[in-house]
Design a protein around this ligand. Structure first.
Ligand SMILES: C[S@@+](CC[C@H](N)C(=O)[O-])C[C@H]1O[C@@H](n2cnc3c(N)ncnc32)[C@H](O)[C@@H]1O
Ligand code: SF4
Length: 365
């Protein structure tokens, strides 16, 4: 793996809190109650200042606040954190949000301290809330407008489902009229169960686990993720997905792109795809959840993978990342590594085919 001074891109989850309940997000139970095991925490300005050896990060180009379990705007110190990083490093600062929190006044201020912001707006006034549950579309648009009017660079990310596929072109035009600099549609790869069986619809639950409605895959070809076709081929060749993920050769995307991921709970990974093996209804039933704990046990304790207990340089150059890299060539590997960075799958690339700020998978597959 890389050394700290080679890292170009940090994704930092600034909070596990969120105003929304998106049904395919691991933080909740299919759009219903928040997962009980999830610690609800936010990173502090003080932690940002002290936990990363900024003076050693000579290749750093970007600090990106997105995350796996929460929304960066839910962090009350976000403005100060962005300002501090912009003042004390050369890195660009960017974030990804559902855009529903805070007021236009706040968003005007934020525009001064970030290089760009991607707003996750999956539809228009009558559909955005079908996936972005609890988010008010008019509020998001008012916030985005304030951000843009104050000079902020805004990108509109639109995840396509059956219920909003007819609105993609209208939303693209609206994004231009409002002054967004980009419009990206996303072909979600999340219509899968934990054994990588392909589902064409998924239930959306209320807080008491009753089915309220179903989310369905888009039906227009260009919005459908190829993951289904790929999985069919893999299953024909290997019998099942688990066998493939455990045998395929792995070329780590994060290593290739010099990326690092930090969770709000302090755990450090090459990418967020591993962070999401920690908490979640299906996640906690998956063999990877136990395997991750076992890897940390073999390492000498989970604290050796956690920034709140171990210096970043040690985690990256001496302990956890070394162990993780060794696991890719033996049976200790996490299935997730095989699934995301195995030779026969390109889930990340296909989902983000139209998303220009995500590096294209240039590695040979
Ligand atoms: C947990 S969110 C964190 C940031 C913020 N809360 C948000 O939703 O944009 C991580 C990323 O997953 C994306 N995401 C959420 N649901 C998705 C889905 N069904 N398919 C693909 N990406 C999804 C979000 O838009 C965001 O880019
Ligand atoms: S807005 Fe982001 S963090 Fe919040 S529930 Fe949706 S995907 Fe998850």
């Amino acid at each position: 793996m890389y050394t700290v001074d080679q890292i170009k891109h940090i994704e930092w989850e600034l909070s596990t809190k969120c105003n929304a309940a998106c049904p395919q997000c691991v933080r909740n139970h299919y759009g219903g109650a928040t997962v009980k095991s999830l610690p609800l925490i936010s990173v502090t300005l003080d932690q940002v200042k002290t936990l990363v050896p900024w003076d050693k990060m000579s290749s750093l180009e970007m600090v990106y606040f997105c995350g796996t379990y929460g929304d960066p705007i839910a962090n009350n110190e976000l403005l100060e954190i962005c300002k501090w990083i912009k003042t004390h490093t050369k890195a660009a600062v960017a974030l990804h949000t559902n855009g529903g929190l805070q007021s236009p006044k706040y968003w005007r201020k934020l525009a001064e301290h970030v290089d760009w912001c991607a707003f996750a707006i999956d539809g228009l006034a009558d559909t955005n809330h079908v996936y972005r549950r609890n988010v008010k579309w008019h509020k998001v648009i008012a916030n985005a407008k304030a951000f843009i009017d104050a000079g902020g660079e805004a990108k509109w990310d639109f995840i396509v489902f059956k219920h909003n596929q007819h609105q993609v072109d209208t939303a693209r035009q609206m994004s231009k009229d409002l002054g967004f600099t980009q419009f990206n549609y996303k072909k979600t790869m999340r219509f899968l169960d934990k054994s990588h069986n392909f589902l064409d619809k998924q239930p959306v639950l209320d807080d008491d686990q009753n089915v309220e409605y179903y989310l369905e895959m888009p039906t227009i070809d260009k919005y459908i993720n190829n993951v289904g076709l790929n999985l069919q081929k893999i299953k024909q060749q290997y019998g099942n997905f688990h066998t493939y993920a455990n045998l395929t050769s792995i070329t780590c995307f994060a290593n290739h792109e010099r990326k690092l991921y930090i969770g709000a709970d302090g755990y450090v990974f090459p990418c967020g795809w591993l962070a999401d093996r920690q908490y979640g209804i299906d996640v906690e039933q998956h063999p990877d959840h136990k395997k991750l704990k076992l890897l940390w046990q073999q390492l000498g304790g989970a604290h050796l993978a956690n920034l709140y207990h171990t210096p970043l340089q040690t985690i990256v150059e001496q302990t956890w990342f070394q162990q993780l890299e060794s696991s890719w060539t033996n049976q200790d590997r996490l299935e997730r590594c095989g699934a995301q960075c195995g030779a026969g799958t390109n889930h990340i690339g296909d989902q983000n085919i139209d998303v220009d700020y995500i590096p294209k998978l240039t590695m040979q597959k």
